[in-house]
Every structure is written in C-alpha cells, then in structure tokens.
Design a binder for this molecule. Structure first.
Ligand code: SF4
Ligand code: SF4
Length: 236
C-alpha cells in the first residue's frame, strides 16, 4: 500500500478563518463552480474562486500564500452574489492579501498605496491638480463656444455634490475629465472638486492593509464634510 504524505497540508488558514470569520461559511462549498463562471479574474495566474476555496478547505496553505491571483481578484464580490451557499470569497482573499509581507506585495500597488497616504496615488502635487483643471477649463472655453459657461468648481463650500477624481486623468489624460464636467453641467448639478484628498481611488484596499485603507477613506470623508457637501459622487 502506498503511503500519502499529508504533512504539507497544514490547514492553518482554514482554522484561522473559521475563528476570525465564523459567518463566512467556508465549509458550505458544493464545488458547483458558479463563482468561477462569473469571476472576471478566473484562470488568471492559474486560479479561480472555486479552486481558491478548494485549496483552503484541503489545507494547501502554501499554494494560497504564494499565488499572485490575490492581486488579480478585485474583491468585486460577483462570486458571492452567484454563490448558492453565500460563501464570502472576497473576505478570504482580502485577509490573505493582508498576511503577505509588504516586501512581497506587487511593488507598484504598494507604491500607489503609499503615495495615496500622502495625497493621491500618482503623487502629483495638489497645486498641479488645481492647475490642470483650470487649464482644461480654459481650453474648453477657448475652443468650444457652445460650452462657454462650463464650470469646474474647486473647494466650493456647500455644493450639493462632491466629485472625486481618478488621479490618472489629471496626470496623463486630462481631457478625459471634461466629459463628466459636461454631463454635470448639462443636467444642472451643483458640484465641486476639492484641492486636497481629491483622488477617488484607494489602492490600499487592494494591497490588503485595513489601517492604510481606513486612513485614506477617513481623509477623503473628512474633506467632503469640511466642504459641507451632502452627497459624495465616487467616480471609482
Ligand atoms: S471577488 Fe475576486 S474571486 Fe470573486 S468574482 Fe470578484 S474577482 Fe472573482
Ligand atoms: S459558487 Fe459557492 S458553492 Fe459553488 S463552487 Fe463557488 S464557493 Fe463553492
């Protein structure tokens, strides 16, 4: 009879998740694959949500700790919506991201998170953001007479809507910002940007550190509160 060596199967993660997330229903998986069928990250880096749960249940902790699939999963939760057993795959993925040592996380992702803790994920100075918005607005006024009264308000206290901005656009493709300004103008929305903490992304969610994520989220929320805007439009 052949002996099977089960020693690599630690199942420490399974025990840990069962304790820290008793409602995450880890053991209910039917292996039906509905999660994988709707997952945009399926098969990237050799993984999908069904396989992820099987590895977890079977105690293949080493595979899970090494897979870079963690960083292709966007924690969109489509799998959880599809799952007949209500299994919270995203919560397991998020927990595992947080366990990965910082030096082993994707460098660009960690860098974006670190920059975001200072202001925004591309690291451009706030003054540059304000200047680019003003410059694009001037260009529209100069070249599109039908939009001569278009506005891109900055730090407007009491505006009805607060609008954040993906930092990539003012940094490398500023003309992309103008489409939304025009839509808001056409429907008569009273809105504003902020000159601080204006970046709508939060890469610290994807790097897996809840403290960093909360820090950035609080900064963004405090900015909206300081301006007194009752509604937050998150473009991300
Ligand atoms: S949360 Fe992750 S595993 Fe689930 S559907 Fe989204 S990308 Fe796929
Ligand atoms: S949809 Fe739910 S039950 Fe089906 S394989 Fe995925 S995690 Fe398991």
């Amino acid at each position: 009879m052949t002996e099977i060596d089960l020693s690599p199967l630690r199942a420490e993660l399974k025990k840990q998740f069962r304790q820290s997330m008793p409602d995450a229903k880890l053991d209910y998986c039917l292996t039906c694959g509905l999660c994988a069928s709707g997952c945009p990250a399926s098969d990237i880096e050799g993984m999908d949500p069904r396989k992820f749960i099987r590895y977890l249940i079977l105690g293949q902790d080493d595979v899970l700790k090494k897979t870079n699939w963690l960083y292709t999963c966007s924690i969109c939760q489509r799998c959880e919506y599809a799952c007949p057993m209500g299994i919270h795959v995203g919560r397991f993925v998020y927990a595992l991201k947080g366990m990965r040592p910082i030096e082993e996380r994707p460098k660009n992702l960690q860098k974006s998170c670190d920059l975001q803790k200072q202001s925004n994920s591309t690291g451009i100075p706030n003054a540059d953001f304000v200047w680019v918005v003003g410059d694009m607005l001037e260009e529209v006024h100069a070249t599109e007479p039908e939009w001569a009264d278009l506005q891109a308000p900055m730090d407007k206290v009491g505006a009805r809507f607060y609008l954040n901005q993906n930092a990539k656009e003012p940094t490398v493709e500023p003309e992309e910002m103008v489409f939304l300004w025009k839509i808001l103008h056409a429907v008569g929305i009273d809105w504003t940007y902020s000159s601080e903490w204006w970046d709508g992304a939060n890469y610290c969610l994807f790097s897996g550190d809840p403290k960093d994520w909360e820090f950035v989220t609080r900064k963004q929320a405090e900015t909206v509160d300081a301006l007194g805007c009752p509604t937050y439009i998150n473009t991300e």
